[in-house]
Design a protein. Structure first.
Length: 225
């Protein structure tokens, strides 16, 4: 049974989430503040954490960084902060996804299912992935399918691999730039735009309406299987 830690200082939200999650056979723990959350994560070892950023004792980003010091457990932020800067900061701190309050329980449940279904060790190479009519084999670095051969540059492969290794996870622009090009390129968002456009032209059935290589405006990018 998947164990979820809900971290929020609003009792009504904790109560509503607990009822909905338990009704779907999740095991639920809760914490009302950051310190309690860190303690509960250490004690109960949840499979996923739903975290509010506006906690009474410490900022949610600090909680994320505290968790990331020792665990890779998926973290979905559930926050009233709607600004892109807040979203990017949470993702850069190590969150896996971000939902803004007020929220739909169905959307949250879908995000939880996606994260728990797709999470895998980052050193594990997915054998294959499908984008449009193309099948990508990361181990062999090959693209098959389609009427013409598809050739990717080393940088295109590196960017694509980062996305495919984290299916359904929102990856921030800063994280991708640092991982693919290096820390000195952390603000060069035009690099990402250009390379994502190249990947879509080569792999998506309709590059102007991509179904797999998605942009989250102002935040980052996501591979949707």
């Amino acid at each position: 049974m998947t164990r979820i830690l809900v971290v929020d200082d609003e009792p009504q939200i904790v109560r509503a989430l607990s009822i909905n999650l338990r009704a779907r056979n999740y095991e639920v723990d809760s914490a009302p503040d950051g310190r309690s959350a860190l303690h509960a994560a250490t004690r109960h070892r949840p499979d996923l954490i739903v975290l509010d950023l506006g906690l009474p004792d410490m900022d949610g980003d600090d909680v994320i960084r505290g968790l990331r010091g020792w665990t890779t457990v998926p973290i979905i932020v559930l926050s009233g902060r709607a600004g892109n800067e807040d979203k990017v900061a949470a993702l850069d701190a190590g969150a896996d996804d971000y939902i803004t309050k007020p929220f739909s329980v169905d959307e949250l449940l879908a995000r939880i299912r996606a994260v728990t279904r797709r999470v895998q060790p980052t050193d594990q190479t997915p054998p294959t992935a499908t984008i449009g009519v193309h099948t990508i084999d990361l181990a062999a670095r090959s693209v098959t399918g389609g009427a013409t051969d598809v050739h990717l540059s080393p940088t295109e492969w590196q960017l694509l691999e980062h996305l495919l290794r984290h299916p359904d996870r929102l990856l921030s622009r800063t994280a991708l730039l640092k991982d693919v090009w290096g820390p000195q390129y952390a603000t060069e968002t035009n690099y990402l735009r250009q390379y994502m456009a190249r990947l879509r032209r080569k792999l998506e059935t309709d590059p102007s309406h991509p179904r797999h290589l998605l942009t989250e405006p102002g935040m980052g990018y996501r591979f949707r299987p």
